[in-house]
Design a protein around this ligand. Structure first.
Ligand code: NSS
Length: 430
């Protein structure tokens, strides 16, 4: 048999034709004379109408059908304004491939129940939409970098040192020794700019985040890039163009899915450069005017970022943070050594940080001093320091949190729903 997809039927030019579909039973109801089954496949949902008089055998099958059973069906396409998608299939024959047991997921279940049944809950329309939009986002990353001459590389996931501080490192036994799960591929990307100049990667990142928040996962995906000779201004241009491109591709590919999340594709198309640029010091002043007393010197937290961005429609850059608020590798500003040449991109409407990056220290002595000042073990960073011994050049890069971006674009309450199997402090099942 030749099967087509629900989307092919909904396109509307098959009215009156006999077609074969296969999928899963999304809903089923009916009377003694007629059964209505909503069939779901990877492309959408459609109503199947089974009339006892016209297809008695199929009707007998339909009467017993259970939610989430796998089925294949043959019928005639009809236009029907009342059906989802405006079309239905008038069933001629219906075959159950596998009759589902009573599906455990029904309406109004608790968040923790649904998380325990994530392997089944992923079949929901909403999560299917998220998965498709997520896939499009990855495609947009690839297209953007490939079309501009950046080279995709892959760093290791087992590492021997911290990038973003020891507090969130995941330790693991590695044969007779120990290793960590990577927090960021940044240092490995830095090694590769000396041969490839402009490199990027997208990879998992692991952080032992002990706080339960709506924007932290312990395993998340990070898009990272690094380029020789790039400075802070150029880095900001890369970031705003990339983010704007991603929004455009999602808007153009997923207008219908976006509606389910109450997002207008047109609003995403308005995410255009240039994004506003403010310094950390200016951000502290803005916060103070809004009644948030915040001491110059510490990193901005969730609450500060929420207040800074809640009235914005576009992302904003906050650059030039105090040295002590950021990781050791950030380059001190030549005019004011209290600050480093780094930049975070904060998503609007209160969502906050989606990208962190900046200029790296490329001078050997400055880097050694910073490692010492932060009480890090120089032996762990020997190879990283080595890069400053052989043809060191100014360079910069960034890391974008994929799930943070999806959460902002879809305006989701919790970062959990941006990834198929969210990993948090108390969850590794399923
Ligand atoms: O810690 S970052 O701010 N920066 C880095 O890791 C750099 N080494 C990246 C680089 O320059 N190559 O993390 C980058 C982004 C951050 O802006 C968030 O969007 C995201 O990674 N991020 C997270 N997303 C989800 N969950 C957690 N726990 C998380 N931590 C960071």
């Amino acid at each position: 048999m030749n099967f087509i997809h629900v989307q092919d039927v909904l396109q509307g030019n098959l009215v009156g034709q006999q077609t074969n579909l296969r999928g899963w039973v999304y809903r089923a109801r009916g009377t003694k004379k007629m059964r209505f089954i909503i069939l779901r496949d990877s492309t959408g949902i459609i109503q199947l109408t089974v009339v006892r008089e016209e297809a008695p055998e199929a009707f007998a099958v339909a009467k017993k059908i259970t939610i989430e059973s796998a089925i294949e069906v043959t019928g005639i396409v009809r236009k029907d304004e009342r059906s989802p998608g405006g079309h239905e299939l008038q069933v001629q024959s219906l075959n159950i491939i596998h009759p589902a047991e009573t599906f455990p997921i029904t309406k109004d279940q608790s968040v923790s129940f649904l998380l325990n049944k994530r392997h089944l809950w992923l079949r929901s329309q909403k999560l299917s939409h998220v998965m498709k939009i997520r896939a499009t986002l990855f495609r947009a990353f690839t297209d953007w970098f490939n079309n501009r001459g950046w080279i995709q590389v892959h760093g290791p996931m087992f590492t021997g040192s911290a990038v973003e501080g020891g507090a969130t490192l995941f330790n693991l036994k590695y044969f007779d020794g120990q290793a960590y799960l990577t927090q960021s591929s940044q240092f490995y990307l830095e090694t590769l700019i000396f041969s490839l100049e402009k490199v990027w990667t997208v990879a998992p990142s692991f952080r032992a985040e002990k706080s339960r928040t709506t924007r932290h996962l312990t395993e998340f995906w990070m898009l990272e890039c690094e380029a020789a000779y790039m400075g802070l201004q150029e880095l900001m241009r890369v970031e705003e163009e990339l983010v704007s491109y991603c929004c455009e591709v999602i808007a153009k590919t997923h207008a219908k899915e976006l509606e389910v999340f109450n997002i207008k594709a047109d609003d995403l198309l308005k995410v255009q450069p240039p994004f506003k640029r403010i310094s950390y010091t200016e951000a502290v002043e803005v916060l103070s005017k809004k009644g948030i007393e915040f001491e110059w010197g510490t990193d901005l937290g969730t609450e500060e970022e929420r207040v800074l961005t809640q009235d914005e429609d576009l992302p904003i850059f906050v650059h030039s943070y105090p040295k002590e608020a950021k990781a050791f590798y950030h380059s001190p500003n030549p005019e004011d050594p209290k600050i480093v040449d780094c930049v975070d991109l904060l998503a609007p409407k209160g969502y906050g940080e989606i990208i962190g990056g900046g200029q790296r220290i490329h001078d050997l002595d400055i880097l050694l001093d910073r490692i010492k000042a932060e009480n890090l073990n120089p032996a762990d960073y020997e190879w990283y320091v080595d890069l400053r011994r052989y043809g060191s050049v100014p360079h910069a890069g960034m890391g974008l949190g994929v799930e943070r971006v999806i959460r902002w674009i879809l305006e989701l309450e919790n970062i959990r729903d941006t990834i198929a199997y969210p990993r948090t402090i108390n969850r590794t099942y399923p």
